[in-house]
Design a protein around this ligand. Structure first.
Ligand code: HEC
Length: 215
């Protein structure tokens, strides 16, 4: 092939460009793929091989999961089997709770007030924040929530250390101190969900559908 001096550069330019277009295109594709691959590792990779992607942690065993799977809903569904009386609850409470919540449940600088039924009418603390103490007796709508909270969060300095029976008992004693159950009552899987809390009708079910409406 014979080329003139003027043809050569043009020819070369075109050749170079023709080679470069696919190269650049391929490089861009590759970059895109790498980005996608990263996203996949972050999202799907973790889900498919739990704990495996980053070689961190270990797979939770059935007993690990059981230790955390404690949630009890208002109907009592999920309640662990056990029971505790008011008098047993007094022993647990005096030993493990009173130092922060006060012997009579009146609260200290270390822990909230748990006992108090006033005001019995009007529910003014719904509007006036800070003026009244919200307690188990005047604010909590379900006794099951009390159990659920105590078993996972209390005592504050050793959460998870109570036995199921101790939690039923401590719940019983706190309900008794709030004049909600009588002193011979025993709280268990059956009786705890049946306790009607004084503040039960102060709340409505939140059945909004996710829209902007507020009630
Ligand atoms: C070391 C202090 C301490 C001990 C001991 C302790 N608590 Fe608490 N408790 C707290 C604190 C602080 C809070 C508030 C936590 C918060 O609001 O996040 C609290 C909150 C609570 C609440 C919720 C009060 C509310 O109306 O929001 C309950 C119920 C409760 N504790 C029960 C118990 C029981 C039962 C025990 C004993 C088994 C116990 N606590 C032992 C410090 C303590």
């Amino acid at each position: 092939m014979t080329m003139t001096q003027t043809d050569t550069p043009r020819y070369r330019d075109r050749t170079t460009l023709n080679h470069r277009i696919p190269t650049i295109f391929f490089a861009l594709l590759l970059l895109g793929n790498i980005a996608c691959a990263d996203a996949n590792t972050g999202l799907n990779g973790n889900q498919e091989t739990p704990g495996g992607s980053f070689n961190l942690g270990s797979t939770a065993s059935a007993s690990d999961i059981a230790a955390w799977d404690l949630d009890m809903d208002p109907s009592g569904s999920g309640a662990p089997i056990g029971s505790g009386s008011v008098s047993e609850g007094k022993q647990t409470y005096d030993l493990k709770c009173a130092s922060c919540h006060g012997v009579d449940g009146g609260g200290t600088s270390l822990g909230d007030q748990l006992v108090g039924r006033e005001p019995l009418e009007g529910f003014p603390f719904g509007q006036v924040r800070g003026q009244y103490r919200r307690t188990v007796g005047n604010y909590w709508p379900y006794a099951t929530t009390l159990f659920d909270y105590i078993i996972r969060a209390m005592p504050m300095n050793a959460p998870g250390s109570l036995t199921v029976d101790e939690v039923y008992a401590a719940s019983a004693y706190i309900l008794y101190m709030n004049d909600i159950i009588d002193e011979n009552a025993v709280m268990d899987t059956e009786s705890l969900p049946k306790v009607v809390m004084p503040a039960r009708d102060r709340f409505v079910m939140d059945n909004r559908t996710g829209g902007p409406e507020i009630r």
